[in-house]
Design a protein around this ligand. Structure first.
Ligand code: PMP
Length: 286
């Protein structure tokens, strides 16, 4: 496998992390995961824009322009002959003697490499289960930080309960999933949490809302309660790797006769069509 380390594409075996990298010591950095369809990264520009935003929010300045980084990532995809899978990319603040405060002159460390293809089509067709958990994260969930401790704690809880995701509840309000955004449908209207500091504004979430706009489908960006979730007609999550994933059971309560509902299906299909259209060039080449 070829990996991108600070602008250079090298073999995986040659890539090294300094033990005093602040990403390693403090989780002091930001990251992205991009999906690759038939060799084409989906919504790459949007992911890179969010990466720069996250970096900027924590005071990491990148010397490379977003376009340059996109070009290097395209080279990385090519160097690995990638067809389907993901691209993981992270930036840490840099390497220095361990202390909480940092020197502004540190050089950010960037690594990127392919992630294996995860087949979610069966789960997308059947729907998945979720559990709820208290949202005990910090109040800057809009930053895609390397610090994922609480997210992994609740994801593990879900996994041990045989569920796919933990849906997080803060002060009675459904915020998002441990690694996804949450949507409910009640009486034909889609509801999702506003993109503020309490959630990560998913690229998939944004794309789906654009699709809703383009089709003239109604939705409301508004917080909703756990009771609304439990009484919803349909529930689904979105994320880069799961796209539009129906949730058919939450804390043992089933939705839409334990199968993906008609609205979720419609959004799933519309989303897939956009993915297909935007990754068409290579599909035609192949
Ligand atoms: N919220 C959280 C906490 C996440 O980790 C993710 C996945 N990165 C998402 C939402 C969904 O974001 P996206 O659609 O950009 O993958």
């Amino acid at each position: 496998m070829k990996v991108l380390v600070n602008g250079e594409i090298i073999n995986r075996s040659e890539a090294k992390v300094d033990i005093e990298d602040r990403g390693y010591q403090f989780g002091d950095g930001v990251y992205e995961v991009v999906n690759i369809y038939e060799g084409i990264p989906f919504t790459l520009k949007e992911h890179i824009a969010r990466l720069y935003r996250s970096a900027n929010e924590i005071g990491i300045q990148l010397s490379e322009q977003p376009e340059q980084l996109c070009n290097r990532l395209m080279e990385l995809i090519e160097a690995n002959n990638m067809t389907n899978g993901g691209l993981y990319l992270q930036i840490s603040r840099g390497v220095s003697n361990r202390s909480h405060h940092y020197d502004q002159t540190l050089t950010p460390q960037l690594v990127a490499y392919p992630l294996p293809f995860k087949n979610v089509s069966d789960a997308q067709a059947k729907g998945v289960e979720a559990i709820t958990a208290e949202d005990l994260r910090w109040l800057r969930c809009d930053i895609k930080s390397l610090n994922l401790l609480y997210n992994i704690m609740v994801k593990q809880k879900a996994s041990e309960a045989g569920a796919f995701e933990s849906i997080l509840i803060r002060d009675g309000i459904v915020t998002e999933g441990s690694s996804s955004n949450i949507f409910i449908i009640k009486d034909g209207i889609l509801l999702t949490h506003p993109a503020n500091n309490l959630i990560l504004n998913g690229i998939t979430r944004t794309k789906l809302l654009e699709i809703m706009d383009a089709n003239g489908w109604d939705y409301k960006i508004q917080p909703f309660q756990k009771e609304d979730l439990m009484k919803a007609d349909e529930v689904f999550l979105t994320s880069t790797t799961s796209e539009v994933m129906p949730i058919i059971k939450v804390d043992g309560v089933t939705f839409s006769q334990a199968k993906p509902g008609p609205f979720t299906r419609k959004f799933q299909t519309a989303f897939r069509e956009v993915v297909k259209a935007e990754t068409k060039t290579t599909t035609e080449k192949a």
